[in-house]
Design a protein around this ligand. Structure first.
Ligand code: PLP
Length: 743
């Protein structure tokens, strides 16, 4: 996905450029360049076409801010804080103008001041900033709580209310209920083009476009890894892609023409109270934005700042130009000629903002970005490999079988939300978690589809199961009864114990009980499954046992069928179940460890051999090099004594980060500079030492690889796990949350 991400960046060029165009359009609104020639031409330019500018800015902010997956409220508060600071600065900047206007002499100063600060702006153009804050916050919560369709519906209703207080005011003006409703609104805000009625729909739109793009990009990537899987789907996507510029161009042109007709009609019949909002503004800005995303090239992020400053400063420049004109008796040229007036304001604003941005960048140069995630010890997650594994696993599964991604224990240490969000974008629609709290966390980060809780949930939490639409495993008869007694409708999968003797209904004994559970009023049983306990082994005896387990499970299904029960979704295999018994035809495969591209042990023999790629690498920075003379010891217990003068590198990672202490003294290595460096002495809680005497060129700040590839050498997780006396699953799931994480 790294290359994809770069491509993404490249496709923001159009947005960068249009920011500038939009800022200029806004200057036209406030300078009316064509007014000297034709009223109609000026109306068309400034009151119709230029109206795409502000919505474009909203969509752009929404594009980078809003997402159905946004679970980090920090992003929203950062946006609000930043916009508020800019707004505050702009208010201060314009106080002299306000003073000159007599702003502070108005009646009811305080209520008016509050109203202006929240909705209208303390100077005419500043309304955009509080509208961004309000619109961003409203859209954020709408998308979070309702997802796009409903969020868009709500935002569209708000927009509709806005329309009738703006361009369509004349239509409802005669209806008294309506006019008193709007009179109420206009007491609080001068216009309906504000943060409540105008902005949210465009923020939602921006978020929708961003999420949609990500999803398409991921799905294409998955398709590229597995031809048979989605050949049909991907060719459709490609076809769409080729014609995108054309279609979006047509859409944009068409809706712009319709908006022109709409605006002229409303203007003709004098319906408009204000002219910021049109029906066709919505599709027009949508197509415009999609079109802009098709332009590729270098990014010009500084254009963002330049256009923002132009936006903020141009009213000041209008004042400056007028003053200058007065001083030098150039009114006829600089003010009365509308085109030259516009050009002068534009030139002055552009010059000011380029100078300001250049100055700012010069001052800011010293503050180089520091990545706190990689300064110590961290895991590097390859979502591209995750997507690849999904494709590979899917193509190994029978056609109607779906992947149920097991993301319990922070997705085996990989970071549950990040992994699940990526899988959701890829189109995985079934997940398994161990606990209800994991399930809730998944919902909160925007995961759709089925979420099965594999373990025990206190029956008292039935309400939460329902609220978050989680599916609970029924672990035995008593449990099912207690859950049913809670009295709220719960989705459940019934677990059948076929020999693991951990959770589940005994497959031999209690078909009666199983039948009773199927009849329970408040349990909606949408699945039935079992878990194999030696599916990883190809020993004859183990295969025989597994076959018995499978037969036992199908035996239960047969009896249920006989009793007239409609069999719900079935699943048996986890990773090794799929790899060793790929012929089973189930509704789901519950893949955990294989999804992360590794097997449990280094010498695993499996019937299917798939090209799985490890998702996780573990790395740490060399923070210290020390020279230890021959015969000195290193670390606790003095277990390691140098047999020569040695160079020892200290890595800031230890067992508290999940790197097993039991690897101490076991002939284990890390990779530095593409070479093997032995771990020496005991692994501590927060540090470990490696011997780099034989490796040339090791320096402080270099990256050591504990799991993963460096140059031509690789240390794989199963080997590390095996050397530490465990299996990959345990090693990975213990990589605690103290590690940094990059992807
Ligand atoms: C953890 C778990 C899985 C996933 O197992 P892997 O071997 O990691 O694929 C599947 N089913 C159940 C019931 C589990 O507890």
């Amino acid at each position: 996905m790294k290359s994809e991400k770069k491509n993404d960046e490249k496709s923001y060029t159009g947005i960068d450029y249009f920011r500038l165009a939009a800022a200029l359009l806004i200057i036209t609104i406030h300078t009316s360049p064509l007014a000297g020639f034709s009223e109609t031409a000026d109306f068309i330019l400034t009151r119709i076409f230029a109206r795409v500018a502000v919505p474009f800015f909203f969509v752009t902010s929404g594009f980078f801010l809003i997402s159905r997956y946004n679970y980090q409220i920090g992003k929203l508060s950062a946006f609000v804080r930043k916009t508020a600071i800019i707004y505050g600065a702009a208010i201060l900047l314009y106080i002299p103008v306000n003073l000159y206007n007599g702003y502070f002499k108005m009646e009811n100063l305080l209520p008016n001041l509050i109203k202006d600060i929240v909705f209208d702006g303390t100077l005419y153009h500043l309304w955009y900033l509080p509208a961004s804050i309000l619109g961003g916050v409203i859209a954020w919560y709408l998308v979070k709580k309702l997802d796009y369709q409903k969020a868009f519906a709500v935002a569209a209703v708000l927009y509709l209310i806005g329309l009738f207080g703006d361009s369509y005011y004349g239509v409802i003006g005669s209806i008294s209920v309506c006019s008193s409703f709007y009179a109420l609104i206009f007491q609080v805000s001068d216009y309906t083009r504000n943060g409540i009625f105008f902005a949210p729909v465009f923020f939602v739109m921006g978020g929708f476009i961003a999420d949609q793009r990500e999803e398409t990009a991921w799905k294409k990537l998955v398709c590229s890894h597995s031809e048979q899987e989605c050949a049909a789907g991907s060719s459709k996507i490609d076809l769409l892609h080729e014609n995108r510029i054309l279609w979006n161009g047509i859409g944009m042109g068409l809706t712009l023409a319709l908006m022109l007709a709409e605006g002229l009609t409303l203007h003709h019949f004098q319906v408009q109270r204000h002219d910021s909002m049109y029906v066709f503004l919505l599709p027009c800005v949508y197509f415009l934005f999609l079109l802009l995303l098709q332009f590729r090239g270098n990014r010009y992020v500084w254009l963002r700042d330049v256009s923002l400053i132009i936006y903020l400063i141009h009213p000041m420049m209008i004042v400056v130009i007028r003053l200058a004109a007065k001083l030098f008796h150039l009114q006829a040229l600089l003010v009365d000629n509308s085109v030259i007036h516009f050009l002068a304001v534009t030139a002055a604003s552009a010059a000011f903002s380029v100078a300001a941005v250049a100055l700012w960048h010069r001052l800011g140069q010293k503050r180089k970005k520091h990545n706190t995630n990689t300064e110590r010890a961290y895991m590097e997650i390859s979502l591209e490999n995750l997507a690849h594994n999904v494709a590979v696993l899917r193509s190994a599964m029978p056609s109607k079988c779906e992947l149920m991604a097991v993301v319990k224990a922070e997705a085996y240490g990989h970071g549950m939300c990040e992994i699940a969000i990526c899988l959701d974008k890829i189109g995985v629609r079934a997940f398994a978690a161990a606990t209800i709290d994991e399930g809730i966390k998944l919902r909160r980060c925007g995961v759709r589809g089925e979420i099965l809780i594999l373990g025990f949930t206190a029956p008292e939490r039935a309400g939460e199961l329902r609220k978050y639409d989680l599916t609970q495993t029924l672990i035995d008869y008593d449990y099912a009864c207690r859950l049913n007694e809670q009295g709220c409708k719960i989705k459940a999968h019934m677990k059948i114990d076929t020999g693991m003797h951990r959770l589940g209904f005994d497959s031999d004994l209690n078909i009666e009980e199983i039948l009773r559970v199927f009849a329970m009023e408040h349990l909606c049983i949408s699945g039935i499954y079992t878990h194999l306990c030696v599916a990883d082994s190809l020993d004859e005896e183990d295969v025989c046992f597994t076959r018995q387990q499978i037969a036992g499970f199908y035996g239960v299904l047969k009896q249920l069928k006989k009793e007239g029960i409609r069999i719900p979704k079935i699943h048996i295999q986890s990773s090794y179940g799929l790899l060793n018994y790929p012929e089973l035809k189930c509704s789901y495969v519950r893949a955990g460890v294989a999804l992360y591209g590794v097997l449990s042990t280094p010498d695993a023999q499996t019937k299917l051999q798939l090209d799985l790629r490890p998702v996780l690498s573990l790395k740490a920075k060399v923070i210290l090099l020390r020279f230890v003379s021959q015969g000195e010891s290193v670390g606790y217990g003095r277990t390691f004594v140098t047999d020569r003068d040695s160079v020892i590198a200290i890595l800031p990672i230890g067992y508290a980060d999940g790197f097993p202490r039991s690897l101490s003294g076991r002939d284990s290595y890390v990779l530095i500079n593409g070479s093997w460096a032995p771990i020496v002495g005991r692994i501590c809680m927060d540090q470990l030492a490696v011997d780099v005497t034989d490796i040339a060129g090791v320096e402080v700040g270099m990256t050591a690889t504990l799991i993963g590839t460096d140059g031509s050498e690789t240390i794989d997780a199963p080997t590390v796990a095996y050397d530490s006396g465990s299996i990959t699953n345990e090693l990975l799931s213990r990589l605690g949350n103290r590690l940094g994480r990059i992807q």
